[in-house]
Design a protein. Structure first.
Length: 372
């Protein structure tokens, strides 16, 4: 018999966090998150998401053993932005069992229904600004930084439980050791024709702070028309900057300017999953030593986010961002680049990725289901 438990104690939270370590222990492509980071993420006092929305975590137990988990959560920011009454779920993990999956989804659906939501969407951990979508193909390689890895059987369970596809998110991969001359020529032509200037994040701390403020203004404007976009609060943005700045390479963070006006920005991160993979979720003298060695050998990077303010779109700024990510990344040894995620209906970004000979190698799917 399956028993669903609402997480309310530190011991239950530990079980929630540790379940994937058991499920993926034989999967060489799973990358364990740092356990201490997970504890902070689910701490309402440390995660600003809890300031505007509600969260409930659930565990599924069978014969006293934890066999599944899920989150149910609201997103008031989504409601305000899209005028859509919908709840959410995320952090799904389970054994290959339809009764377990059904019990988890029923618990999340009931929680959302009791909050007044006729449907729920996911998986989102907790929003589109974090890990989004269920991996449905591309299980043979590890995920890049801030991307999900899932069990191949999850898609079967989702569909069997009545989940309906909402939209797919693509991850594109490019592998190269040098910049093709044709891309050099394309970038030069765009810059000459439009007068767009691309610069990286300032290395001066005082100027960097100003640049980060500029990035937040661009972010707020550039994504306002995107499907599913949920603007971050200033607190969420500050928390994300605090999390990512130690990982970021300022020479891979770009601001575009046109006629002296900020027009867009792009953030690429060295793929720190290559470091996390050797740490196995734990921080101690041995794993730190392994991490220092792995950091020196990082060979990939992910373009995490890229946006151009609407009135500046159509000038080739997105192409220039990709070009400079390569130009600055290749000398650092980043020979693999992932562009993710890209909405399946974003024809402009897909066209740019294909121009750079990138191929879609992972697909993540968001689902909706009625809670009635």
């Amino acid at each position: 018999m399956i028993k669903i438990v609402a997480v309310s104690t530190s011991k239950q939270l530990k079980s929630f966090i540790m379940l994937p370590f058991e499920l993926y222990k034989d999967d060489p492509n799973w990358v364990a998150p740092l356990i201490m980071d997970q504890k902070n993420f689910f701490n309402p006092a440390k995660n600003p998401y809890y300031l505007h929305s509600e969260v409930q975590l659930f565990l599924a137990l069978e014969a006293g053993k934890v066999v599944g988990r899920i989150s149910a959560h609201t997103n008031t920011r989504h409601e305000l932005e899209h005028n859509e009454k919908i709840g959410f779920f995320g952090f799904y993990e389970s054994i290959d069992s339809l009764p377990v999956a059904q019990a988890l989804f029923d618990a999340a659906a009931k929680w959302n229904r009791d909050k007044g939501y006729p449907a729920m969407r996911g998986p989102l951990n907790f929003s589109v600004n974090q890990e989004a979508g269920l991996l449905i193909d591309g299980f043979d390689t590890p995920p890049m930084v801030m991307m999900r890895h899932d069990k191949p059987y999850y898609q079967k369970l989702f569909v069997a439980c009545g989940m309906k596809k909402t939209i797919d998110l693509y991850a594109y991969l490019s592998e190269r050791s040098e910049m093709p001359q044709r891309i050099d020529r394309v970038a030069a032509a765009i810059e000459k024709r439009t007068g767009v200037k691309i610069r990286h994040l300032s290395l001066n701390k005082k100027e960097m702070k100003k640049d980060i403020e500029t990035v937040f203004r661009i972010y707020t404007k550039a994504w306002e028309y995107n499907w599913g976009n949920v603007p971050m609060t200033p607190e969420e943005f500050d928390a994300l900057v605090a999390e990512l700045l130690p990982l970021a390479d300022p020479e891979l963070v770009f601001i575009a300017e046109l006629n002296g006006e900020p027009a867009g920005f792009s953030l690429a991160l060295p793929n720190y999953n290559e470091v996390l993979q050797v740490m196995k979720g734990r921080v101690n003298p041995i794993t730190l030593l392994k991490a220092l060695r792995a950091k020196k050998r990082i060979s990939s990077a992910r373009v995490v986010t890229m946006g151009v303010i609407r009135e500046f779109q159509g000038h080739g700024i997105d192409t220039l961002f990709y070009y400079y990510s390569y130009k600055n990344g290749l000398p650092k040894g980043y020979f693999k680049g992932e562009f993710s995620w890209v909405l399946e209906n974003n024809t402009m970004m897909i066209r740019v990725a294909e121009m750079l000979d990138a191929i879609p190698y992972k697909t993540y799917r968001l689902y909706d289901i009625e809670t009635q």
